[in-house]
Design a protein around this ligand. Structure first.
Ligand code: LUZ
Ligand code: MOS
Length: 766
């Protein structure tokens, strides 16, 4: 069954926040944001803005009736700056006018004087200055200090990974329409309707039941609307509640790129110890997470980094420490993978460096150390399956990696200026929010008297196909034609207290809730059917819109059963709640079983480097991915391909650059994302006979895990570069832009050491 969203999208019929018809009296909001990274505000004069024709009002922190505070985990983020600014792009004043253009003009007319203060942009500098968001955390297992002595090889190094712009097609947006009394209806492009409801209530001094949040669909999110859709909804709600008129805000691409957070850049140290064969005995790492100016979700993201420190591998002695460092950059936020990609890049870097020192292929170390069934992760949970090894081995076989390696070696022997490279990339990703309480979801199902069905859940459709999956689950659980079913908007009046649609778990948890709700309605309908057909309930099933009784198809159709049930005054509606069972985690000991299960897979990545120009192509990626029993193979393949390409982008061409806190890459001409020509040939296969008793209909979550196959692109390019310059020491500084490739291949002629390449490449681009 396909994704019902696709046809209306291609016809341009799907409505996003900006497409909703203008309510009568609609006004538009714009924001004046800080142009400096750190300063005291010494003067703020809004009168020139208020005097502009068409401007309805100008709002500052002083106009906020409730708390000027949007922080979730830590209360450290004002909605509008008060007295000081901490990053370029921080909202200070909101202007409201009859057109978006006039609102922006008004914002520009405001006079602000700043007394600039020194800024910190580097996470290591922040850590040295004691500028941490929360105290550091350490996960450990075994005894690392003792283990080094028994290692044959111990190598240390650094790894850097850059930020990443979400670049969702639909920029941040909200439309707020006042209702009776003080109530508001908020349409927000958010992954987290309840977060919007909670924070807007806090800012406006209202109760959550004064607010309705409705979400039809998002034009992409990727984590960028888990926490950071909220301020824009709050800004529109503030204006709407003061003026009692509808207010819309839609960021331009440039505003969105400048004002909102992105994937966290990480700067990391690693130390890895192995025995003579390549078995990893010990691993140590420190992650300096660049959190930006406010906590946002940074502590949770850092926690997921710690959980994924050892990637797909079993390591008996581990000690990893994470520091969330406060800097004067926009608050970095959730992005597909949520800190796991950053940690897994460090682990792969350590393995590649160890392989280089030992003179063996990285693949040998990778394969030897894959986590097996029953092996413990450093946080205590044990792997439930041997799928890390199954997927890796299936990639080796299916794509005949040994022959590919020979081809690459032959190619490299016969070509001087063009080199090919190859890398394996295994992925293991824990499924569940690491904050245990978030692992709950709910669904509301109505069957109407004509037999049509309406499903509401807490899941937000953002292009990932969760609605198609909810439809699959409902059709299957009810035994009816999917054409009868509609998946409704996500609305806090119908489903309350929702967790964000995030952590790859939207379909898992909301699907389970939908399944439970559908089954309870079916139980009631079976009783009615048994009465009508004069048999026992256990003899009744509903399949394909028909009642089966005593093993035979009866004359009783779905429509008639439903209307009979109504006439007998049987409820045709149910609300159901699902909470992931068994999971727990103790933050004192840093041990527990935080994940319902893990998703596994492996990829082989091939790249070609033009060693004269420093340009490259990612030629082909072959994957074997564990999707359990896929709920919707077409949707899952879309997630696999989309995640992979986004991961390749992060590791190769997407370079986020700041200079003195200013984003130098706030346009699509300066920030390069993979285009259709840059997309490799992708072969996606799902692991066969993969079962998963721990998720809805034996499926597995797929939103985030394939992103991390993209890490293989970095190492495939590196492999090709090493064929040209076997004498140079590898470096781990993502993204591997063509500038960095060129500096590695020829930079020593400029007297640059490999350690200087990263910095030099950055300067080169500026
Ligand atoms: N969001 C969150 C997430 O709040 N907690 C998580 O563990 C998580 N994991 C992945 C993506 N978003
Ligand atoms: Mo997320 S990174 O919003 O699953």
């Amino acid at each position: 069954m396909s994704n019902r969203e696709i046809a209306p999208h291609t016809r341009g019929e799907s409505m996003f926040v900006g497409d909703l018809p203008d309510p009568p009296g609609l006004l538009h909001a714009a924001v004046l944001a800080s142009p400096v990274p750190h300063a005291r505000i010494v003067r703020l004069d809004t009168t020139p803005a208020a005097e502009i024709d068409g401007v309805e009002c100008v709002l500052t922190a002083a106009d906020i009736p409730g708390e000027n505070q949007i922080g979730g985990i830590v209360h450290d983020e004002p909605l509008l700056a008060e007295g000081a600014v901490h990053f370029v792009g921080q909202p200070i004043v909101v202007t409201i006018a009859d057109t978006p253009r006039r609102a922006r003009e008004a914002a520009q007319a405001i006079v602000v004087e700043y007394d600039e203060l020194p800024g910190i942009f580097d996470p290591r500098q922040a850590a040295a200055a004691g500028s941490l968001i929360v105290p550091s955390r350490t996960f450990s297992s075994g005894n690392v200090d003792e283990a080094w002595a028994s290692c044959k090889v111990v190598v240390e190094g650094h790894a850097e990974s850059g930020g990443q712009e979400h670049l969702y097609l639909e920029t941040q947006a909200a439309l707020v329409v006042p209702q009776e009394g003080r109530r508001l209806r908020i349409v927000s492009s958010t992954q987290a309707p309840t977060a919007v409801q909670r924070i807007v209530a806090r800012v406006l001094g209202l109760s959550m039941n004064d607010l309705e949040v409705d979400v039809a669909r998002l034009g992409g999110a990727f984590g960028g609307k888990e926490d950071q859709a909220t301020p824009w909804a709050a800004i529109a709600a503030l204006a709407a509640s003061i003026l009692r008129r509808p207010v819309r805000i839609t960021l331009t691409r440039g505003e969105d790129n400048r004002m909102t957070g992105k994937r966290h850049p990480y700067s990391s140290d690693f130390k890895i110890g192995l025995d003579a064969e390549g078995r990893i005995l010990a691993y140590e790492a420190t992650y300096y997470q660049n959190a930006g100016a406010a906590a946002d979700l940074s502590p949770a993201i850092l926690e997921r980094s710690l959980f994924h420190a050892t990637g797909s591998y079993f390591v008996p002695n581990v000690r990893v420490t994470g520091l969330s460092c406060r800097t004067n950059l926009p608050p970095f936020t959730a992005f597909r993978g949520f800190g796991a990609p950053q940690a897994m890049f460090v682990m792969e870097s350590a393995i590649v460096r160890a392989a280089e020192v030992m003179g063996i292929p990285p693949k040998v170390i990778q394969q030897m150390n894959l986590i097996g069934e029953g092996d413990a992760f450093p946080y205590g949970q044990r792997a439930q399956e041997g799928n890390a090894r199954r997927a890796f081995n299936e990639v080796l076989e299916r794509y005949d990696v040994a022959s590919l390696e020979n081809e690459v070696a032959e190619f490299n022997l016969s070509h001087t200026l063009v080199k090919r490279g190859i890398a394996m990339m295994p992925v293991c990703f824990g499924i569940s929010f690491t904050s245990t309480f978030l692992n709950q979801a709910a669904a509301l199902v109505h069957v109407y008297t004509d037999g049509s069905v309406s499903i509401s859940t807490g899941a937000v459709e953002m292009g990932q196909g969760v609605n198609a999956k909810m439809l699959n689950v409902a059709a299957h659980s009810l035994g009816v034609d999917p054409e009868r079913i509609i998946v409704e908007t996500t609305n806090t009046l119908r489903v309350a207290n929702t967790s964000p649609t995030a952590a790859s778990s939207g379909a898992d948890m909301n699907g389970r809730a939908t399944e439970i709700a559908c089954r309870s309605i079916i139980e009631r309908l079976r009783k009615v059917a048994a009465e009508i057909l004069d048999t026992t309930v256990d003899q009744i099933t509903i399949v394909n819109d028909r009642v089966m009784a005593d093993g035979k198809t009866s004359e009783l159709k779905w429509e008639r059963l439903v209307s009979e049930a109504y006439l007998r005054r049987v409820s045709l509606s149910t609300q159901a709640h699902y909470a992931t069972p068994k999971i727990h985690f103790d933050r004192e000991t840093e041990k527990g079983e935080p994940f319902a299960y893990h998703a596994y897979g492996s990829a082989v990545v091939e790249a070609t480097v033009d060693c004269l120009r420093g340009t490259y192509t990612i030629d082909r990626v072959g994957t074997v991915h564990d999707a359990g029993r896929s709920l919707n193979p077409l949707v899952d393949m879309g997630q696999l391909e989309g995640g992979l390409v986004q991961g390749i982008g992060w590791m190769t061409v997407e370079e986020l650059l700041f200079a003195d806190g200013r984003n130098l890459t706030d346009t699509l001409s300066t920030y390069k994302i993979p285009d259709i020509l840059g997309v490799p040939e992708i072969e996606g296969h799902f692991l066969e006979d993969a079962d998963n008793p721990n998720a809805v209909m034996h499926s597995k979550a797929i939103g985030e895990p394939p992103f991390m196959y993209g890490i293989g692109a970095y190492f495939a390019i590196l492999d090709a570069m090493k064929a040209f310059r076997p004498d140079r020491k590898t470096f781990f500084h993502a993204p591997m832009t063509p500038e960095r490739v060129l500096m590695f291949l020829h930079g020593d002629r400029l007297q640059a050491s490999t350690e200087e390449i990263a910095e030099a490449a950055t300067v080169f681009q500026r």
